[in-house]
Each structure stands twice: as C-alpha cells, then as structure tokens.
Design a protein around this ligand. Structure first.
Ligand code: DQA
Length: 158
C-alpha cells in the first residue's frame, strides 16, 4: 500500500472482465440487462473520480492467458482487482492460481446470481482464493465491489 505526501493511501484499482462481457447490452439482456460494458466502465470511472481514486484501469479479454497476465502484472501496481471472470469462473484453474500467486486482493463479481442458475454455474473455482464474491445485482454488483475496495484501501491507512 502506498501513501501520498498527505499520508493518504493511494488508491489503484484494476477492473477485469472475461469472455463475452464485451457483448453486454445485447447478450441475453433478460439475464444480463441492457447496460453495455462501456456504460459500466464509465459509471465506475465517475464514481472512482468522486472518491479520489488515483488510478482505475479496465481490461476485457476473451482469452484466459491475457487475464492471467493482467493478474500477474497487477503485483505492485494495483491495490485491488475487481474481476468478473465470466465463464472462466467455473473452470479456470489457471486464473485461480494467478489470483493465489499475486498478493493483490480480488473481489469476484457477477451480474447474475450464479447460485440460482444452471448447476454448472453454482461452482466458482476462484471463490476460495478471492476476498469475497458479489453476485446477482446487475451493474450494482460492480458498484458495490468498487465501494468496498475503496473503503478497504482507506481503512488500511489507519
Ligand atoms: C457471469 C456469470 C457467468 O456464469 C457467465 O458465464 C458470464 C457472466 C455474470 O456476470 O453473471 O459470462 O459472470
């Protein structure tokens, strides 16, 4: 955790989205809503600005390896990762291992409530290695995750 000259913690947050989340807005809107990923990112960017977050970066990838690399590179650069791993949530041991390997806390996000959908979605292989999971609140899942990350970073100053 870094502090600025006023002794206030520098807040650096990485928002990662996995496969098919680039299609938000048109993808199964009855499940995922009509808000696009760009809209979500803009909402988060504005909220981060209002909360004096120093850095908020965004990456969406349909490729597992790219997400693994982003998590690896987050070491020392970010204080929190907000991650919607999409379908990788349910089977990517590589993502899970990357999260375990890097000392940056991760909040797992899902728009839908994965526990009340198909059986295969009820298992998250990353859940045991993240700080916590927020699911089922649509865009608010992202907003809640951002607010929690900000609060946690602030608390660490004291
Ligand atoms: C999702 C849920 C996953 O099961 C699914 O594969 C997604 C989106 C969600 O945000 O609800 O791609 O992570």
């Amino acid at each position: 955790m870094q502090s600025n000259t006023d002794g206030v913690n520098v807040k650096r947050i990485l928002v990662l989205n996995g496969p098919n989340l680039n299609l938000l807005g048109t993808r199964e809107p009855e499940i995922y809503g009509r808000t696009t990923l760009n809209d979500i990112n803009e909402i988060l960017r504005q909220r981060a600005k209002d909360s004096e977050v120093d850095t908020i970066d965004f990456l969406q990838s349909n490729f597992e390896g790219e997400l693994v690399e982003a998590i690896q590179k987050a070491r020392g650069r970010y204080d929190f990762i907000l991650l919607n791993a999409g379908a990788f949530t349910h089977y990517s041991i590589a993502l899970r291992d990357a999260i375990s390997a890097v000392p940056v806390p991760v909040i797992e996000i899902h728009l839908s409530n994965i526990h009340r959908r198909e059986e295969f979605r009820r298992t998250s292989v990353i859940a045991p290695v993240v700080m916590g999971q927020i699911c089922g609140f649509g865009v608010d899942s992202y907003i809640a995750a951002l607010d929690i990350a900000i609060r946690k970073i602030q608390k660490d100053t004291k």
